[in-house]
Design a protein around this ligand. Structure first.
Ligand code: NCD
Length: 317
């Protein structure tokens, strides 16, 4: 499942549950017994600071046993396939696998074979990143109160960003509008089918924006080095610096999923400004993942954002 499989009611419900988890995260003893006796495996084939750590913290704060496996320490280094690794871990009977992988569709592929294991997609190649989007939506809701009619200007490497793709899907469900800003070399073909507006001139897209959402250039996914002439020119044309933030006005939120490349897509003064929501996104990432883990591992709840074919069959009965 991805973000498009959720209804706006599902999303609002998850945001509400996420908001209720904020309290646990802020108190001095950060522990609830909700997932005692449950086992979660984080299986990360790509680098991650925020997503992996927030899933680990989320599981631990809910008293689950959390095991972290990264590609560099797993048997994939010895030539084991994704499927064999998945089947091996599933045979240890965890309640849930959290998977990040460099290939689009890898989580869906695993889910097809691991019929009895719930899997959360923590990012599959340039395809989807649903839990980041829920994190972002909670952050937007806290600052703007609602989504309907809001304008998000999404800037940068749209072509390789799973965050961009998942936001394009979420915007349709929640009723916000996306203005995409990128050089032609970093825009996927046929992107307008998502119902967004497309700009190549950043300045033209700024007026009226409620949110400016900056994306990192995904160097690890670029196949050639010719997408833009130089970092300096990229920053000039597509970077968010103070002058552009002024054009956007005081009401406009600045967001970024991290990791930021300061001086490339965003300047330090903007990243650290009052309107920056970057660290709110990080904090909310823990709460949203606590909400998802609670929801998915709790047997009485239907699966959302997870592949769990056993439960799907049950639903059909
Ligand atoms: C994003 C990702 O991994 O897709 N980061 C994240 O999960 N917080 C964005 C990125 O890597 O640029």
């Amino acid at each position: 499942m991805g973000i498009a499989d959720l209804s706006s009611d599902d999303i609002m419900w998850l945001l509400q549950l996420g908001e209720s988890m904020l309290d646990i995260n802020r108190r001095s003893i950060k522990k609830a017994p909700t997932l005692r006796g449950k086992t979660i495996i984080n299986l990360f084939f790509e680098n991650s600071t925020r997503t992996r750590t927030s899933f680990e913290i989320a599981g631990k704060r809910l008293s689950a046993d959390v095991i972290n496996i990264s590609a560099s320490t797993s048997a994939t280094k010895k030539g084991e396939s994704l499927l064999d690794t998945g089947q091996t871990l599933a045979a240890m009977q965890p309640h849930l696998l959290v998977v990040r992988h460099g290939l689009a569709g890898s989580c869906a592929f695993l889910a097809e074979y691991l019929q009895n294991t719930a899997i959360i997609n923590a990012g599959d190649g340039s395809h989807e990143h649903p839990t980041q989007i829920l994190t972002d939506l909670l952050t937007i809701q806290q600052s703007l109160g609602s989504f309907e009619g809001k304008i998000m200007t999404l800037v940068g490497d749209i072509a390789h960003s799973r965050v961009a793709r998942s936001h394009l899907l979420a915007a349709k469900i929640m009723g916000y509008h996306i203005r995409l800003v990128a050089p032609k070399t970093l825009l996927p073909l046929h992107v307008a089918r998502y119902g967004c507006s497309v700009y190549h001139d950043f300045d033209a897209a700024i007026p009226g924006s409620d949110i400016i959402y900056m994306l990192r250039v995904q160097n690890e996914r670029l196949t050639s080095a010719c997408c833009f002439p130089s970092i300096r020119e990229y920053h000039e044309a597509y970077g968010l610096h103070r002058a552009r933030q002024r054009m956007a006005g005081d009401h406009c939120l600045i967001m970024h999923p991290g990791p930021m490349n300061r001086g490339v897509e965003i300047s330090s003064d903007v990243a650290d400004s009052l309107n920056s929501r970057v660290l709110h996104q990080v904090e909310n990432g823990v709460s949203i993942r606590m909400a998802l883990l609670t929801h998915l591992i709790n047997a009485n709840n239907p699966p959302m954002l997870a592949h769990n074919n056993e439960d799907e069959d049950d639903d059909e009965d």
